[in-house]
Design a protein around this ligand. Structure first.
Ligand SMILES: *Cc1c(COP(=O)(O)O)cnc(C)c1O
Length: 409
């Protein structure tokens, strides 16, 4: 058999990429955890307060409100912004389900606008087309760590008096024209779930520059209490979304590593951008030039099945056979998920707002999102922490598969 035969067709593997283990920890976490344990103060104290302050500052915001998860931070932020039953919130369809279900769970209606082919983030022109008299907010997702066009989205929001909530759950450390994501709209949300670039297994935060909004969001996460109010004084229908001291202690230790890791992933992504630029059958995904610090939760490639003559799933299988850990990523735009598709007819499954509003997600079409769902390939954040020599193996595997794609037909 020829030396360069594709591994999927019986040839030798081109690389054997072992992902760095995740999460990372060392004595910083160990010490911080023991300190909390032995202090006996396990609940919502110094560590939580310090992490909220430090993380908000890291992203250039003023206030931070930690929560039990990113999903819950999204819900508390929507409630804090005054989003009510029947309001419409514009979201992208190429994202994790929580972006849209947070809207449904506060009884509002997600309205899907398409994304841009270069950045995979909300298309401000399509957002404008989707605005109605009921629209109350726009929720861009900084997908993979790319940043949505916040200049234009801010303009649209201002012109139509809409709130702007950034789902920044892929973009810890990212900066847009020198300012951190999450501080660019009214509020921004980050997740610390275990797959994320900074983690306490579960956890989330909402950040903002607006003191009154911070107080509202805090109230929803803290049983409806008011700062300075009575312990048994409850003012809104909040719940308990608080984080523990253990989580905050781990996050403080993790935060001390985030800047270096962010730079390392960005440098790997730039290397991959350059090394993969000339390959046939790859269509570039380009980070916006206004991003001044690139954060990478994922490295997204997009194939052109016409040039290659085979589909994405076959390419992913071939890459995996070569020893490259990769995945197709989100394979379905959210409006095609059963939850949305059948929402109108299934109010008993928690789809009441759709039923009332007669929204039919079967009619929605976002061609750019559909294209990336069909043709995207993801490399995860862990892979971007590999040393340069291993990244060359990644490039070799992609080159080997794409240049011989016709053999996969
Ligand atoms: C992870 C994630 C969330 C939700 O975070 P959890 O902490 O898992 O609840 C929301 N939006 C996006 C885009 C995410 O990737």
């Amino acid at each position: 058999m020829k030396k360069n035969t594709l591994a999927l067709l019986g040839g030798a593997k081109c690389c054997e990429i072992e992902l760095p283990s995740w999460p990372h920890w060392d004595n910083r976490e160990r010490k911080a955890l023991m300190q909390v344990l032995e202090s006996g103060k396990w609940w919502h104290g110094e560590n939580v307060a310090k992490f909220e302050e430090d993380f908000a500052a890291f992203q250039d915001a003023r206030y931070g409100i930690t929560t039990s998860s990113g999903s819950m931070a999204l819900e508390a932020s929507l409630l804090g912004m005054g989003i009510e039953a029947g309001d419409e919130v514009i979201v992208p369809p190429y994202t994790f389900m929580a972006t849209a279900t947070a809207v449904v769970r506060v009884n509002a209606i997600p309205v899907f606008a398409d994304i841009l082919p270069d950045t995979l983030c909300l298309d401000p022109a399509d957002v404008e087309r989707k605005i109605t008299a009921r629209t109350k907010a726009i929720m861009p997702v900084h997908l993979a760590g790319h940043v949505a066009d916040m200049d234009r989205l801010r303009k649209v929001a201002r012109a139509h008096k809409l709130r702007l909530l950034e789902d920044a759950c892929h973009s810890w450390g990212a900066k847009w024209k020198g300012k951190g994501t999450g501080s660019l709209g009214d509020a921004g949300v980050f997740s610390f779930q275990v797959s994320k670039n900074i983690t306490s297994a579960e956890g989330g935060i909402s950040i903002t520059r607006n003191k009154a909004l911070a107080e509202e969001i805090r109230s929803y996460t803290n049983c409806g209490r008011r700062t300075g109010g009575a312990w048994y004084g409850h003012f809104v229908s909040g719940t308990n979304l608080r984080m523990t001291e253990f989580q905050a202690a781990i996050l403080l230790a993790q935060l001390s590593r985030l800047e270096r890791q962010t730079e390392r992933r960005a440098s790997a992504a730039t290397f991959l951008d350059q090394s993969l630029a000339e390959l046939p059958g790859l269509r570039r995904v380009k980070p916006d030039k206004r991003i001044t610090r690139r954060a990478c939760h994922l490295y997204v490639m997009r194939i052109d099945p016409e040039t290659l003559g085979v589909g994405r799933d076959r390419i992913v299988a071939a890459l995996q056979a070569e020893g490259l850990p990769c995945s197709p990523g989100y394979g379905t735009p959210l409006y095609r998920m059963a939850f949305f598709r059948q929402g109108k007819t299934m109010p008993e499954r928690g789809c009441r707002p759709f039923a009332a509003a007669e929204v039919d997600y079967g009619q929605v079409s976002c061609p750019v999102a559909e294209d990336i769902c069909a043709n995207g390939i993801w490399l995860g954040q862990q892979l971007l922490l590999l040393p340069r020599a291993r990244l060359r193996g990644v490039v070799a595997a992609v080159r080997k598969v794409l240049t011989q794609a016709e053999r996969l037909r």
